[in-house]
Design a protein around this ligand. Structure first.
Ligand code: GZL
Length: 324
């Protein structure tokens, strides 16, 4: 019996050690992450939120706050995360400026910050670990390329473009304008004759378009370039009150690729849908995992671009079902 007893003891000790090893691994994986989202203005944004929360909540505790498109509220949310001493802050800034003070507070509290989707303007680049998001300029390029190709076989001395832009002073709005302009400027017939701002909101897009139609001859516009699908839906509602046939009398280019806009593409009401990928969850979770596993955190990758594409009449049969 004596010989048998030590063996049992060793086996129990080994099993309990294994069990504690498994628990400590799980404890190491489980971080407390503060996630501040900018708003809920579009189906795109709701998918963006769900994607990040679902992926992070697989292995971590996530404190989620929605800023409802109010920067002051987002700043308070980040301060809450700091007070809670979270392990990591993930946030989607509503606009580019005004983040320096609160990010300095996070740095003083030694809490790393990841920027997702829109970018920020800060002089001190050490205030955030990395930025994860689309290439907004490439999205603008793709929209401009579609327009350039569309009119390359059209004999027309002037091509008038109306831009329906998103929220001013945000990186998607600035860069979608720059990317589009960069591409169409190679055809000197093309000109953006007016820019309206719909803040990425359907109703505001509709209001801006209605006001424009009241004050201008919309039949002189050849192209509508809209920075997101929600505003495009609003513009289509406004155009319904005119005799303009969308997709025929006016070429429409829009960005995001929500399912409800792919339906408009299939119906011929819009001509080009540039994808803006909202499925950031995996990219964020992977970056956090790699950051905490890294031996050299100061030298972490600074920009992580998400893959995305463009849809038009050329690939209607190849559009994956949208999950937003
Ligand atoms: C772009 C994102 C934009 C979307 C809009 O990544 O910031 O904001 O294109 C959303 O739908 O409002």
């Amino acid at each position: 019996m004596k010989k048998f007893f030590p063996a049992i003891f060793l086996l129990l000790f080994f099993l309990s050690a294994c069990n504690s090893a498994v628990i400590s691994d799980e404890e190491q994986q489980s971080l407390v992450i503060g996630f501040s989202q900018s708003g809920t203005e579009s189906k795109w944004r709701k998918r963006h939120t769900d994607s990040i929360r679902t992926e992070l909540e697989k292995n971590n505790q996530v404190l989620y706050r929605n800023g409802y498109m109010n920067q002051e509220r987002q700043i308070q949310d980040i301060r809450t995360f700091i007070a809670y001493k979270v392990d990591m802050i993930v946030f989607t800034p509503l606009q580019e400026d005004g983040w320096e003070p609160v990010l300095k507070e996070a740095k003083q509290a030694a809490i790393p910050v990841i920027i997702v989707d829109r970018h920020i303007n800060v002089s001190d680049q050490s205030l955030y670990v990395t930025h994860i998001g689309p290439s907004f300029k490439a999205e603008g390029n793709r929209g401009g390329l579609y327009v350039s190709n569309h009119f390359s076989t059209v004999e027309q001395p002037e091509i008038n473009i109306l831009e329906l832009a998103g929220l001013p002073d945000t990186s998607p709005t600035t860069l979608r304008t720059d990317g589009f302009q960069e591409t169409i400027s190679r055809d000197n017939r093309m000109e953006v004759v007016d820019t309206l701002y719909g803040d990425y909101i359907r109703m505001k897009g509709k209001e801006q378009m209605e006001k424009y139609i009241e004050a201008h001859d919309i039949s002189t516009i050849d192209v509508l370039y809209s920075h997101n699908d929600e505003m495009t839906h609003g513009a289509l509602e406004a155009l319904k009150k005119t005799d303009i046939v969308p997709g025929e009398d006016i070429v429409i280019v829009t960005i995001d690729a929500q399912e409800d806009m792919i339906e408009k593409l299939r119906a011929g009401e819009v001509n080009c849908v540039v994808e803006c990928n909202p499925n950031a969850g995996w990219f964020v979770a992977n970056a956090i995992e790699r950051y905490f596993a890294s031996d050299n955190k100061e030298d972490f990758v600074r920009e992580i671009y998400m893959f995305e594409t463009v849809f038009s009449e050329t690939n209607l049969d190849k559009i994956p079902t949208r999950n937003y």
